[in-house]
Design a protein around this ligand. Structure first.
Ligand SMILES: CC(C)(COP(=O)(O)OP(=O)(O)OC[C@H]1O[C@@H](n2cnc3c(N)ncnc32)[C@H](O)[C@@H]1OP(=O)(O)O)[C@@H](O)C(=O)NCCC(=O)NCCS
Length: 138
């Protein structure tokens, strides 16, 4: 993934969520490219970007000292789904995470996002022994 992919990523997100938010994807892409330029990936079909996945290796969060490959944002254009692009994007990130010394990949999914949960489960992700907590309102 490079800065040149931001427009396509914004369009994919718009098709998935119905919201056009170029600044959000500019900020996110810039963050991951700065942190680790080889980690985040796009999927192309006939030269067109139809999927993306962003993540990076971090360690030490929440008392979990081992280096962790965090999978944080992804989407495949609805017209390109079911062709293993999501799987291949994830495999590319996992290979990079391994190279960077991580032995575990982590992500989070909202309970309402059954589609994403189904994909992650098919990819071998299982509930972790970590409890997400929040305080609302602040
Ligand atoms: C989840 C998503 C990435 C899957 O992309 P995809 O390219 O269609 O997935 P793949 O074809 O690579 O599927 C890989 C495997 O996951 C399975 N899978 C995919 N979606 C699934 C679902 N909703 N439920 C159960 N399994 C699913 C496939 O059956 C396939 O299994 P197999 O390889 O054993 O046959 C795509 O549907 C998507 O982008 N969803 C919206 C994500 C989103 O809302 N992102 C915004 C937040 S950042």
């Amino acid at each position: 993934m490079t800065e040149l992919d931001i427009e396509s990523i914004t369009q994919i997100d718009e098709r998935v969520t119905g919201t056009y938010r170029p600044e959000v994807w500019e900020d996110r892409a810039a963050y991951y490219i700065r942190r680790d330029p080889d980690s985040s990936q796009v999927a192309e079909v006939d030269g067109t970007v139809v999927g993306f996945m962003m993540g990076e290796v971090r360690g030490g969060e929440f008392g979990m000292n081992e280096p962790t490959g965090w999978v944080e944002f992804f989407g495949v254009d609805p017209s390109a789904r079911g062709r293993s692009l999501g799987r291949r994007l994830l495999e590319a990130l996992l290979a990079h995470f391994r190279e960077r010394g991580a032995q575990v990949a982590r992500t989070m999914v909202q309970e309402k996002d059954a589609e994403i949960a189904g994909f992650l489960s098919a990819m071998g992700f299982k509930p972790a022994k970590v409890v997400p907590l929040e305080r609302r309102p602040l």
